[in-house]
Design a protein around this ligand. Structure first.
Ligand SMILES: *Cc1c(COP(=O)(O)O)cnc(C)c1O
Length: 855
């Protein structure tokens, strides 16, 4: 019979076990294995049934077991030790406290905004790379003691779970997130009631936003939720799911994240001891509206729009994550204008005080109809970055039009290469080897990992065999379950217990299925692939996973093509597709792969992070020279698939696929199967060691967060503090900018001369000779202190442009000219030019105002 009513039956925690709830509610357990082991040992069955979720498991533990544990001294001692460790971790001084001197100035706290966060599978508010990067950022910020508060959305549904139908077509199901089972708590005010903030939509529709917090070690992650009873149906659906809706749904989500997010940070800092953030970091353009709210706030305090913009820019950092224009959020400006909702004076009703058209101008593409969230990001942030060296370079080219007149290398977009959180992504057996070589210490601030070179062949080989075997077990189980879901009968599935082989060279490939990542490149020549997989002496096996966006038909077709190939009886033991890629699967799949394959269309992979997780586990990289690998590639530690320099994409795929097969068949497989007299994979493990020593310390999120702190957060905090300390700076700087812009048409450079040994134009100068470069500079109404006069010197490229020019300042001389003396040391043709750029202590880069006069 169907029940008429249901109730939840949940066990109450005995008082002696109350500390378990404290432990469960801090996500530090996601990267502290001892804490997770404690929960598992409380009740392995409840732990498994809850999906390894300490919060959800506690009510599932039978009362008798709880009573027993409450009397078990050894359990209680472990519990106390974990609670003690957590509080030491939260309160002790760490890298940030040691590195950033106390100046008496306010702590340079950071607010970090992201549309998704991948911290643990038990908090399913992420879809893939971007979210996991954000999660790793928080964990490392916590480990390093960076005072950071994060802001995201609490989705009612997680990202979809993936299954396949009989034909290999992706099916999506969405699971409801039950807040009671999530490691989140309401943020409560002094009255004990959950704090809310609100935003006002057109027609005076007030949308309330509830505040939750997930505690990520030391870092609070504020999660915004519109699913509140006071809201109407439509408003409740704003935070319903990640990347699920249409453009309008996206706009309202981003308004809640950006504008609601700033209000939430304020409410949170007012209710707690968390310091006011000085720096606002936008992880991708989605949270760009936060800048508008901060501008509005300053206007309400009396600033003009331009002054407010200058001040907001000083403290904003923007990270762009895609070199693919289609990956950038672009909205119809009319739709946005409607939400900003101007009153009769043109002032927004959504952000009080904000002049709507001035705000829209921040994101307009060429003054047209399209509002570009990345453009707004660059205009709102004085400091911006891409996520690998190559991606930085590509972004500078991609956005050079925003900084006319400057050389591409000077476009003010730097790069901080992504990284992965070591504790999260290092398997147990590898972590033990890290401890063996480096000691049981916090290595988040350690840059020299050379002691890993002391790991023996036997250590590494054993660990790799172990991880590969775990992967094979996991894959067998997944393929079996996937076939049951695809409609097969248990009796047909005995073969799934024998697929893959724990002794065979294992190549992994898992990532979002999007065109540029070329999931099916390996299928370019199916016969050749089949021969490689089935090689009698040196077989290869491939384990593949990845989700396609629900609306991405071509992506789903690629996946189906791959699944069909895998289904063919001849190879199904050597190539498998595992549905429902997520953090948990990734840990086993990536750690167990001997080789991690990455074959995007260069340079469309901004960074990529899955390959970094492989490195931490002693896997070797086999990649196109793109993203992070482009700057780290070395034959000592991996293999690089050469990029074909042909325009035609089909031809390019063919050439790059051929290179992929060649390297796999002739270099990778032979090395893997080669053993020395002791039966050891000496050659292979030498590469593994090189990868661990040379590459691993550079791909951690700790290195990434340290870079963000020193290169972006601290400079941004200083810039922001300058405005805070000197309330006249914003007005003075704005007036200066206006004056410079006005006067700029009169600024010019004339009569550039090179003088000294044979240096007349076109002449030959002996190396080592000293020459003088001088020019006449007219500044019109500008003061000398408002400008810098610079020489650009460098080799002349084929297109007649200077290549990577060096910049040398010129000084004003007694005769009124500007000059510098130079020693030329490198033979070859050197070109020189002179230019004038604005100069002011509140500027972070020369190109910022887009003004330059040159000759
Ligand atoms: C690491 C990871 C990603 C990102 O991988 P890329 O190499 O950047 O594409 C995506 N999904 C999951 C589950 C991951 O663990």
């Amino acid at each position: 019979m169907k029940p008429i009513t249901t109730v939840q039956v949940a066990s109450q925690l005995p008082t002696a076990l109350e500390p378990l709830r404290v432990l469960a509610m801090n996500l530090r357990w996601a990267w502290r294995r001892q804490s997770l082991d404690l929960f598992r040992s409380l009740d392995p069955d409840a732990f498994a049934r809850s999906g390894e979720n300490p919060v959800a498991m506690l009510p599932l533990v039978p009362a008798a077991r709880l009573a027993e544990a409450a009397r078990d001294e050894s359990f209680l001692a472990r519990m106390r030790s974990e609670v003690g460790d957590l509080s030491t971790y939260r309160e002790s001084g760490r890298w940030f406290q040691r590195t950033v001197p106390e100046t008496g100035a306010p702590v340079p706290a950071v607010a970090y905004f992201s549309m998704e966060f991948g911290i643990t599978p038990t908090l399913p508010i992420y879809s893939g790379g971007l979210g996991i990067l954000a999660g790793d950022h928080l964990k490392s910020a916590s480990d390093l003691g960076v005072p950071l508060v994060a802001v995201g959305l609490l989705y009612q549904y997680g990202y979809f779970s993936q299954s396949l139908d009989r034909s290999g077509w992706q099916q999506e199901t969405y699971r409801l997130n039950d807040p009671a089972a999530l490691p989140v708590e309401p943020v409560r005010g002094a009255d004990g009631v959950q704090l809310t903030v609100s935003v006002t939509f057109p027609g005076g529709r007030e949308v309330a936003i509830g505040l939750w917090v997930a505690q990520v070690g030391r870092v609070p992650l504020l999660l915004l939720d519109t699913n509140l009873e006071v809201n109407d149906e439509e408003a409740r659906a704003i935070t319903d799911r990640l990347y699920g809706g249409d453009h309008e749904h996206r706009i309202v989500q981003e308004i809640v994240l950006g504008i609601g997010g700033v209000r939430a940070v304020e409410a949170y800092t007012a209710a707690t001891s968390f310091p006011q953030p000085q720096v606002f970091h936008l992880n991708e353009g989605h949270a760009g509206f936060s800048g508008l709210e901060r501008i509005g706030r300053l206007i309400r305090e009396g600033a003009g729009f331009d002054e407010a913009l200058s001040e907001v820019r000083a403290g904003t950092v923007f990270t762009t994550h895609t070199p693919v224009p289609a990956g950038i959020d672009r909205f119809d400006v009319t739709e946005l204008r409607r939400y900003l909702d101007a009153d009769g004076e043109g002032i927004s009703r959504l952000v009080e005080g904000l002049p709507v058209e001035a705000a829209l101008a921040l994101g307009l593409e060429n003054g047209g109809q399209v509002f570009n969230m990345a453009h707004m990001g660059f205009r709102l942030a004085q400091r911006a970055n891409g996520v690998s060296a190559l991606h930085g370079a590509v972004s500078r080219r991609m956005f050079e039009d925003l900084y006319p007149g400057f050389e591409v290398p000077e476009v003010p977009i730097t790069s901080v290469t992504n990284g992965v959180h070591r504790r999260t992504w290092t398997s147990r057996v590898m972590d033990d080897l890290f401890k063996k070589a480096l000691g049981d210490v916090d290595i988040s601030a350690l840059t020299d990992w050379s002691p890993l070179a002391t790991l023996t062949d036997a250590d590494l080989d054993e660990a790799r065999d172990h991880l590969r075997a775990d992967l094979v077990d996991m894959a067998r189980e997944h393929v079996h379950d996937a076939w049951l879901r695809r409609g097969a009968d248990e009796t047909e599935l005995a073969w799934t217990r024998e697929i893959l082989d724990p002794e065979v060279l294992t190549v992994g490939f898992a990532r979002r299925v999007s065109t540029y990542k070329r999931l099916t490149l390996m299928l370019r020549d199916p016969e050749r692939l089949r021969r490689i997989l089935l090689d009698p002496d040196r077989p290869v096996q491939l384990v593949i996973a990845g989700k396609a966006h629900p609306a991405d038909r071509p992506g789903k077709e690629f996946m189906q093509e791959l699944v069909r190939f895998a289904d063919e009886a001849g190879v199904r033991h050597r190539i498998v597709f595992l549905p429902d890629y997520d953090i948990r699967m990734a840990s086993v799949l990536i750690a167990g792969s001997d080789v991690w394959l990455n074959n995007p269309i260069r340079p469309e992979e901004a960074s990529g992070t899955s390959g970094m997780k492989a490195v931490l586990n002693g896997g070797l990289t086999f990649s196109i020279s793109d993203g992070w690998w482009d700057e780290m590639a070395t034959d000592e530690a991996g293999w690089t698939i050469p990029t074909a320099s042909v325009e035609d994409q089909d031809r390019r795929d063919e050439l790059e696929a051929a290179a992929l097969y060649d390297i796999l068949e002739h270099r990778i497989a032979p090395l893997f199967y080669e053993r020395d007299d002791r039966g050891m994979r000496t050659g292979w493990l030498k590469k593994v060691r090189a990868s661990l020593v040379q590459i691993a310390p550079r791909i951690t999120a700790a290195r990434m967060v340290r870079d963000y702190v020193t290169e972006l957060y601290l400079p941004a905090a200083r810039s922001a503090a300058a405005f805070g300390q000197d309330t006249t700076l914003a007005a003075a700087f704005t007036a200066w900018k206006a004056q410079v812009a006005d006067a700029w048409p009169q600024v010019s450079v004339h009569d550039v001369r090179l003088e000294g040994a044979g240096a007349a134009a076109g002449g030959t100068v002996p190396t080592g000779a000293e020459i003088t470069l001088s020019a006449e500079v007219r500044l019109g109404a500008l003061e000398e202190s408002s400008v810098a006069v610079e020489a650009l010197l460098g080799p002349v490229g084929e297109d007649g442009e200077l290549v990577d020019p060096q910049i040398v300042p010129l000084q004003r001389q007694d005769d009124g000219r500007w000059a510098t003396r130079l020693t030329v040391s490198v033979p070859g043709q050197i070109g020189a030019g002179v230019r004038v750029v604005p100069q002011h202590p509140a500027l972070a880069s020369r190109a910022e105002l887009g003004l330059v006069a040159s000759a």
